[in-house]
Write a protein that binds this ligand. Structure first.
Ligand code: S3P
Length: 181
């Protein structure tokens, strides 16, 4: 069996900081009865450090290396255990070509949670664990730079809503196998 055929059932949520990837993935996984893996949480577990600590002590290139390893591990786990997963990726995961290659090779479906930058700013201003959220101007700049990477997604949904409404939009895409009685 090919790698793609074995791991077909991976759905990954991508999008900018504050777009709701982790929360929506959690709701979505519960709804379809799949496991949920959150990439940032995996990185925190693997290193014993918070995301800001990793950036501060090791720098972004090392964070990206750790992120890539964590992604490879989650995908590997899903294949080995033959259990489908909804994975919430980090906001920068798909800016790295090696990650996109891994995701494509594993047949993952990528869904972009698209949200206006104004709303993302509001959401992120309340949380302090994002090393790449420095100030409004750089946040807006980074958002613009990232759009081209998010466009790589197979589907996009509007995440300027409550998580349950976003889940409904994802369910309507038809990417999950139908459960028959
Ligand atoms: C990052 C987003 C963060 C986290 C890290 C880098 C990014 O994840 O992976 O701070 O490059 O946009 P969230 O998108 O979950 O905040």
């Amino acid at each position: 069996m090919t790698l793609t055929a074995r791991s077909r059932r991976l759905v990954c949520l991508i999008g900018f900081m504050g777009s709701g990837k982790s929360t929506v993935a959690q709701f979505l996984a519960r709804q379809v009865g799949w496991q949920h893996a959150d990439l940032d949480s995996r990185i925190i577990e693997a290193t014993g450090l918070s995301i800001p600590e990793i950036f501060l002590r090791m720098g972004e290139p090392e964070f990206r290396r750790i992120e890539h390893d964590a992604l490879a591990r989650v995908i590997g786990e899903s294949i080995e255990q033959q259990k489908p997963r909804v994975i919430s990726l980090g906001g920068g995961t798909t800016t790295q070509p090696q990650n996109v290659a891994l995701l494509r090779e594993s047949g993952a479906v990528l869904i972009w949670l698209q949200c206006p930058v104004e709303k993302l700013l509001l959401r992120c201003a309340q949380v302090t664990d994002r090393p790449l959220f420095r100030d409004e101007a750089s946040f807006r700049r980074l958002y613009q730079e990232r759009l081209a990477f998010y466009e790589l997604a197979d589907y996009k949904v509007d995440s300027n809503f409550k998580p349950q409404r976003v889940v409904e939009q994802i369910m309507a895409l038809g990417v999950f196998p139908k459960v028959t009685a």
